[in-house]
Write a protein that binds this ligand. Structure first.
Ligand SMILES: [Fe+2]
Length: 481
């Protein structure tokens, strides 16, 4: 008996040790070669772009070289920029994170750049295209939470997005890029998943609650955040590089930090005051907001009324166009100002989207604000802006079009909203038997009730739309006579 006890005790200790040591193996160690290379913007996207990268601590200096790209392998007039290098000690290793901002560039021009130690270790030469200095068509990809199994199951989403979509000008990450804020391994997976895509398509990330850590009784932004990204520092004091805006070819893109907003009174007040100014003094035609926590929650009984009492009042006052969010691990698109299921209406105020690009899934609450839902589905979105039209398309991770709408500016601050969700494509809201069996009786009852109510609402609207269409045909037919 004693032997059996000893065996069990030591086996469990060995098992725990094995688990612990497995978790502490550095599978993405820093080396002399630059890795985790990522582009973003700190200043004007038409004349500058920023690059961050990591090296082992033996490389204390970072250098960037840049030239106008040429099909010839000989690059003329190479300019040199020195990086700011800061040491980051993570749970796994110490490394230098280097960051620089290439400035004084020509708009709408393809450059080649590389980063390294200035002597022996360099990245490859990488293409990067600067923005136009005026309003011009562009597109970007929007990802909801990556967060879990990033290498295993999020990588397919970002790679499908990259291979399927027209050339996107940037990638917007709506928070919870990783699961445990200070765990270097997870950042290693995030950089592995996107690989060299980050190097020539800049990232516009906003932090989620999982980018926050509890350290010495304080809630702080991941120590990886600021060394990993170079972002505009035009936000409120203390929230630089998490609250910011940038103007891209006629569109103002705004990142808000809802974790700080929901956690600290001073950060909600400072963001409200800042946002009021940023929206009031906005010369751009379009305004896109990204933030992690949703204004309307599509999962379970989650709700953040303070976002509606605060931020939403400014979105409505200044007629923000779209709000792209995450956090709830399910797909929902709708708008409080839009009749559910309407196909063509006049609209003011934003369209709200919540999406998930990684594999962690929550049950949708299928509440009345939702016009299009999906459960248990990894997605990415493409948003295209062209003069007076903004087109939003959601794709499953297989590259299938799942949802679509257009917003068209019709003057005097008014917009036409056109719901273009593929007709006849069944909404992905059925739960598998296995998923249903995981719910307890109360959860299952609530799900079935919400599911039936959603279906009933949809049916009413589909019939109303059919009737409208028939009426429209009759009117046309009469006119012909
Ligand atoms: Fe979250």
């Amino acid at each position: 008996m004693k032997n059996l006890f000893s065996l069990l005790f030591f086996s469990s200790v060995w098992f725990l040790n094995a688990q612990t040591s497995a978790a502490l193996v550095d599978y993405y160690p820093p080396g002399p070669m630059p890795d985790r290379i990522i582009t973003s913007w700190k200043t004007d996207p038409s004349t500058s772009f920023a690059v961050n990268w990591r090296t082992a601590v033996t490389v204390t200096k970072g250098i960037g070289q840049i030239a106008v790209a040429s099909a010839s392998p000989d690059f003329d007039s190479i300019m040199v920029t020195e990086a700011i290098s800061e040491m980051l000690v993570s749970d796994l290793s110490a490394a230098y994170y280097h960051s620089l901002n290439f400035t004084g560039l020509k708009p709408n021009t393809t450059y080649v750049y590389r980063v390294g130690d200035g002597q022996n270790t360099w990245s490859e030469w990488i293409h990067f295209h600067t923005a136009e200095a005026k309003e011009a068509p562009f597109s970007f990809i929007y990802f909801g939470d990556a967060q879990n199994d990033i290498k295993s199951k999020w990588s397919r989403t970002i790679r499908q997005a990259y291979s399927d979509l027209p050339k996107a000008d940037f990638m917007l990450h709506a928070g919870d890029l990783i699961n445990v804020a200070q765990r270097d391994h997870e950042w290693g997976e995030w950089f592995y998943a996107g690989g060299w895509i980050y190097q020539n398509i800049p990232s516009v990330p906003t932090p989620g609650n999982h980018e926050y850590a509890r350290v010495n009784n304080k809630t702080i932004l991941s120590k990886h955040w600021r060394p990993s990204f170079t972002l505009p520092e035009n936000g409120p004091t203390g929230l630089e590089e998490s609250v910011y805006y940038l103007d891209y070819q006629g569109t103002r893109v705004i990142s808000l930090n809802t974790t700080a907003y929901l956690s600290f009174d001073q950060d909600s007040i400072s963001q409200m005051l800042w946002l009021d100014k940023v929206l009031q003094n906005n010369p751009n035609k379009w305004t896109v907001v990204t933030m992690h926590h949703p204004v309307y929650s599509p999962a379970g009984d989650r709700d953040n009324p303070s976002l509606r009492n605060g931020l939403k009042t400014l979105f409505d006052k200044y007629n923000v166009d779209v709000v792209l969010q995450g956090h709830d691990h399910t797909y929902a698109r709708g708008g409080n100002n839009l009749p559910i299921g309407a196909t063509v209406i006049d609209s003011t105020g934003p369209v709200y989207a919540v999406s998930v690009s990684g594999p962690k899934m929550y049950l949708s609450n299928l509440l009345p604000w939702i016009d299009r839902a999906a459960v248990e589905t990894q997605l990415y979105q493409l948003v295209q802006v062209n003069k007076d039209t903004l087109t939003y398309e959601a794709y499953t991770t297989l590259g299938e079009l799942y949802d679509k709408f257009k917003l068209i500016k019709t003057g005097n601050g008014r917009k036409k909203f056109i719901d273009l969700a593929p007709p006849g494509l069944k909404e992905r809201i059925d739960l598998t038997t296995a998923r249903l069996e995981k719910l307890n009786a109360a959860e299952r009852g609530k799900w079935i009730e919400r599911f039936n109510a959603y279906k009933a609402r949809k049916l009413v609207h589909e019939e109303a739309i059919k009737a409208l269409t028939t009426k429209g045909k009759m009117v046309k037919a009469k006119k012909k006579k």
